[in-house]
Design a protein around this ligand. Structure first.
Ligand code: HXC
Ligand code: NAP
Length: 304
């Protein structure tokens, strides 16, 4: 165990934040989303799938949009188990025409989506000085531009139809703090958070509510090898969180279903953090600085 990950001194009062209710429980009434189409980007893996699951349990018709057929297949298999009707559609959110086609498919299957969950994102750890221009562009293009393109498509259709709707943008807490080793993703997520604040004002008059939802550390089996490597030894991370545990996927799903529900209609332009207060854990004295290169086991930088 390194100095940074040392377990706290034994203290009998340390119990951590309690475990949430079991998977399958819900704070919202059964059928809250009956008759509502919920469009989830990146809903075939990880957090997107967990969020879609909770909407499915509450009666939603689900549309899952992402690039890879194996992810879409996984979405169909997992989500149909909730009893939901599921439509999957191949879509790269960097391409506005593909987004428009995906919304056409959604409307044809179940009607105009009433909820958009902007969950898809791209990320890999890389020292900023090593990052290629195309690596930067790719992450910003998916995470920031793609999120906006989806929100735009949703809003245009709602304005044309005169129908209210709700958008939830999935963010990350390094939008506020910066994210050493993730300069591209942190900058993109800062844009995503800022976009929530602008669009909530622009589109509120048309009945469109938009909020941000920030997960803390939510490890899952679909995480990319790069991210898994970066979080190696996930279970050792429990004592590094003020909650003394990481997030349970259903906890994020519950937050998303609340934010998009009729019970949160007056909440708009807000970004909610679900991380057991981990992002606020700053002291006057912090662990010793280890460069991103060293954290990643890289040699000193040399100009190629
Ligand atoms: C450095 C990398 C890289 C890496 C890709 N690139 N991976 N550079 N380190 N590990 C560079 C490539 O060399 C290339 O630049 C450019 O990025 C584009 O790569 P492609 O493979 O052509 O892109 P593409 O096929 O479009 O794939 C996008 C991707 C990929 C982002 C690279 O990883 C992906 O599809 N990710 C989707 C899933 C994902 O990222 N999930 C993480 C979400 S988790 P050059 O210059 O060579 O052309 C999250 C928060 C987690 O966001 C927070 C945890 C604490
Ligand atoms: P993940 O499993 O890697 O999910 C990313 C999803 O985005 C995948 O389903 C992927 O599907 C989709 N996607 C990527 N690029 C796309 C594109 N160009 N077009 C369409 N879909 C695309 O990661 P995750 O952990 O569940 O992350 C979900 C969200 O939570 C992200 O916004 C992430 O930033 C945020 N987050 C996660 C954590 C965490 O601890 N897990 C922490 C903070 C923030 P395809 O490959 O099929 O396209």
């Amino acid at each position: 165990m390194t100095e940074e990950t040392q377990a706290p001194t034994p203290d009998d009062a340390v119990i951590g934040l309690p475990e949430p209710p079991a998977l399958g429980a819900s704070a919202l009434p059964a059928g809250t989303y009956a008759g509502t189409t919920v469009f989830v980007t990146g809903g075939g893996t990880g957090l997107g799938k967990a969020i879609a699951t909770e909407f499915g349990r509450l009666g939603a018709d689900l549309v899952i949009a992402s690039r890879k057929e194996d992810h879409l297949k996984a979405a169909r298999e997992a989500l149909e188990e909730t009893g939901a009707r599921v439509r999957t559609v191949a879509c790269d959110i960097r391409e506005p025409e593909q987004i428009a086609a995906a919304f056409d498919a959604a409307e044809e299957a179940f009607g105009l989506p009433g909820v958009l969950i902007n969950n898809a994102a791209a990320n890999f750890p890389v020292p900023a000085e090593d990052m290629s221009p195309n690596a930067w562009r790719t992450v910003v293009d998916i995470t920031l531009n793609g999120t906006y393109f989806c929100a735009r498509e949703f809003a245009r259709r709602h304005l044309a139809a005169g129908a209210p709707g709700s958008i939830v943008n999935i963010g990350a807490s390094y939008a506020w703090t910066g994210g050493p080793g993730f300069a591209h993703s942190a900058a993109a997520k800062a844009g995503v958070k800022n976009m929530v604040e602008t669009l909530a004002v622009e589109w509120g008059p048309y009945g469109i509510q938009i909020n941000g939802l920030v997960p803390g550390l939510f490890p899952h089996e679909d995480m990319t090898a790069d991210i898994k490597g970066n979080l190696a030894g996930t279970h050792d991370k429990d004592p590094c969180q003020p909650a003394m545990r990481v997030g349970r996927l259903r906890e994020l799903g519950w937050a998303a279903t609340f934010l998009a529900s009729p019970y949160a209609r007056f909440v708009s332009g807000h970004t909610m953090v679900v991380d057991g207060a981990n992002w606020q854990r700053r002291g006057l004295v912090n662990p010793p600085v280890v460069t991103v290169r060293r954290q990643m086991g890289k040699e000193p930088f040399e100009m190629p």
